[in-house]
Write a protein of this length. Structure first.
Length: 303
């Protein structure tokens, strides 16, 4: 397939690989960011540059690194500007291939190179790597092995929702997550980046994937691994209640279907919303209480 942007990063296998930028957005996850940068420093091959965009915090100093690191900043008083931050990172990047990497995800040493290679092999594709999830306390559990990657793999687990996915072409566009995602810079530009109509948390990555699908791109899943560092998770994400409703309605208007059905269903079961999965209704019955939000926090799971 010819990439949307008309340019291509496809080359003969013996050629120099395309230049690659790793894009990270973060909001208050400084320790996680430091571990991700340490992981990128031992990547083979190393990325040509790393772009770090800070959300709702000053564009702080990143740890000293052997890599070329560029920083940026976006802010939104109403929530996390995820779409805007990713677009800002892409605007600052220099590479022919963009690798979006979650600030929680420590890449295996070959992951960035493998994703860049897959984008070269499959022009006009989104390529998603494989997240594996580290448990709380993982740093005290990692066994002594010949490689850091083997140690992290030994204590991490797959996400249950992704265990059926194999490497190679796929049509499961709803499983595209921006944890570890690569595509050519030209395709990203032709798609117009992430839709900044999605404000705060939820559905901006699924919208990006669906627009890529509708524009004729292909989807490829890769075994290139990133190890997700644990953090507290709200089940369901009641702390993002309003963001999810606003973004769900925006997604429905654009694509004609509801995203985040599992979360909307839980909101309905809790008596928070009136929601018709087959229709157009999504109405607030009441806001979640502070006690309900606190009770939803799970700090003891890998994901």
């Amino acid at each position: 397939m010819t990439p949307l942007g008309g340019a291509t990063v496809s080359r003969d296998e013996g050629d120099i690989p395309p230049s690659t930028s790793v894009l990270i957005i973060t909001g208050g996850r400084d320790q996680h960011l430091a571990r991700v940068l340490t992981g990128l420093e031992i990547s083979v091959p190393a990325p040509n540059d790393v772009v770090v965009v800070f959300m709702n915090q000053p564009a702080g100093a990143v740890p000293e690194s052997t890599l070329e690191v560029v920083t940026g900043h976006v802010s939104d008083p109403d929530g996390l500007p995820l779409a805007a931050a990713r677009n800002r990172a892409a605007a600052l990047a220099q590479g022919e291939v963009l690798v979006f990497l979650d600030v929680d995800c420590i890449p295996a040493s070959g992951t960035v190179g493998a994703l860049s290679h897959e984008v070269r092999r499959h022009p006009g594709s989104l390529v998603m790597g494989t997240p594996r999830y580290l448990p709380p306390g993982w740093q005290d559990m990692v066994p002594v092995t010949e490689s850091r990657d083997d140690g992290l793999r030994a204590v991490s687990v797959e996400h249950a929702a992704r265990q059926h996915l194999g490497a190679g072409p796929s049509a499961e566009w709803s499983m595209v997550w921006t944890l570890v995602l690569a595509l050519s810079a030209s395709d990203f530009s032709a798609l117009g980046g992430f839709d900044e109509g999605f404000r705060g948390y939820g559905a901006e990555d699924t919208d990006f994937a669906f627009r890529a699908r509708d524009a004729g791109l292909d989807l490829v899943f890769s075994e290139a691994t990133a190890f997700h560092q644990p953090h507290g998770v709200y089940r369901p994400p009641l702390h993002h209640f309003q963001d999810i409703l606003v973004n769900a309605r925006h997604f429905k208007q654009v694509h004609g279907s509801w995203p985040m059905g599992g979360w909307l269903g839980r909101f309905r079961d809790l008596g928070l919303v009136l929601w018709d999965p087959a229709g157009a209704q999504l109405e607030v019955r009441r806001e979640p209480t502070a006690a309900e939000i606190a009770a939803a926090l799970d700090e003891g799971s890998a994901y």
